[in-house]
Design a protein around this ligand. Structure first.
Ligand SMILES: *Cc1c(COP(=O)(O)O)cnc(C)c1O
Length: 401
């Protein structure tokens, strides 16, 4: 997409708006699939929580992705988008037995992450095969907010509890058809990831009815120029070789599964905002935009650095700005950032705004959530209207005094 395309989107749909480029999603998917082409059966379940718009789900499914879901509502979104239940895996954490039973009744693959539910579910539904989520207790890099495989993490069944899992399986007669891990959000060191995989392979030998091994996600994409990204090709090469070897040893060709979220959609997304005010203070120049952490919270929540381009004046002389929002709260998107000269009314583009951006948006300050636009076959398609005042009051009832 060119700057002109993005500016045209704002002219048509106004700001703030999220734009998603289908071609980028496709190239990311193809790169990932290409890296694992030496494995006979591979499946990528797109992690819906990254970006859950129905049209995005439908599009990724058309490329060959299944879905990884963490709530019954996400399962329903997948079905609504036309995805087959057999293409959906349900990987919740700490949800009720009832929610898991309802998802199972819709025909999706269940992934259980604690012994209590495993035993209860197995007792009541011994003929429904389930996957188990293992915590290999490996720190896969990144900070602890996004590393979920380590010892203190609430996620998964500890690898040390395998004997207990086996006992539950024996007692209930249930079938374990998959094992899964999700060590964290960033695979920075491939050898650490492969080390965790070995723990999973070892665990796999304890179950004779496996159909797949799910390695979760953690594919990192670069957020700024010198940022590191996961070397997908190297990971593909090494893990594929090891996986094929394991299948031979296991005596059956299993499916190698992954659940990428960020990798597929992050770079496809751009968040477009308009500059309301350029404000000089004694210490800096603020560019205040028509948004805030109500629309994009990653910089404040994770310290994420989203690249920012002034697409209204891309060749302007660069100056230093603090880019902030318009809500009544500290909502700094970028500090002391070098950006082409910003004038009031300019449109700024935030990069890498596909994953965990719109899905974390709220109505804080009683602002509307932005519109979402899908850029597909060189055309802008509105896939979610901007909210209106009616949405803000929709579920409220005015009390009678
Ligand atoms: C969030 C999540 C993912 C996706 O992680 P990304 O970093 O976006 O790729 C995959 N699997 C599970 C279980 C998750 O919770």
């Amino acid at each position: 997409m060119t700057h002109q395309d993005l500016l045209a989107v704002v002219r048509e749909f106004e700001s703030p708006a999220y734009v998603y480029n289908a071609l980028k999603m496709e190239s990311q998917y193809k790169r990932l699939a290409g890296a694992f082409k030496k494995v006979k059966k591979v499946k990528f379940h797109y992690a819906v929580k990254a970006l859950s718009n129905l049209s995005v789900l439908k599009y990724l499914n058309s490329l060959g992705c299944g879905l990884d879901t963490v709530s019954l509502q996400q399962v329903r979104l997948g079905l609504e988008a036309g995805v087959a239940p057999s293409d959906i895996i349900f990987t919740p954490n700490g949800v009720s037995l009832e929610e898991i039973e309802r998802a199972a009744s819709m025909g999706v693959q269940i992934n259980i992450d604690n012994l209590s539910i495993l035993e209860q579910f197995g007792t009541r539904h011994p003929t429904t095969p389930v996957c188990i989520r293992i915590n290999p207790h490996v720190m896969a890099g990144g900070n602890t907010n996004i590393s979920v495989g380590h010892i203190d993490s609430k996620f998964g069944i500890s690898i040390h509890q395998l004997p207990h899992v086996e006992r539950i399986v024996q007692n209930t007669g249930m079938t374990i058809n998959g094992i899964h891990m999700h060590t964290g959000s960033d695979i920075l060191d491939i050898d650490v990831f492969l080390y965790a995989s070995e723990i999973l392979f070892e665990a796999a030998t304890h179950f004779s009815d496996l159909e797949f091994i799910d390695f979760g996600s953690g594919f990192k994409v670069p957020y700024s120029e010198n940022d590191i990204e996961t070397n997908v090709e190297e990971l593909g090469e090494k893990l594929s070789r090891r996986f094929n070897e394991f299948c031979e040893h296991y005596g059956k060709s299993l499916t190698l599964a992954f659940e990428p979220g960020k990798y597929l959609v992050s770079e496809a997304g751009t968040f477009l905002v308009q500059v309301n005010v350029v404000k000089q203070t004694t210490s800096t120049v603020f560019a205040q935009v028509d948004s805030g952490f109500n629309h994009l919270i990653r910089p404040m929540l994770y310290g994420a650095q989203h690249g920012i381009t002034n697409i209204s004046n891309p060749s302007g002389k660069e100056r230093f700005y603090s880019v902030v929002g318009y809500i009544c709260e500290t909502d700094t998107f970028a500090n002391n950032r070098r950006i082409a000269e910003i004038r009031e009314g300019d449109i700024l583009a935030f990069h890498n705004a596909g994953a965990y951006c719109f899905t974390m948006a709220s109505n804080y300050n009683s602002r509307y959530r932005p519109a979402e636009i899908f850029w597909y076959k060189d055309k802008a398609h509105l896939i979610r209207k901007r909210e209106t005042f009616a949405d803000l009051v929709h579920n409220q009832q005015l009390i009678k005094l």
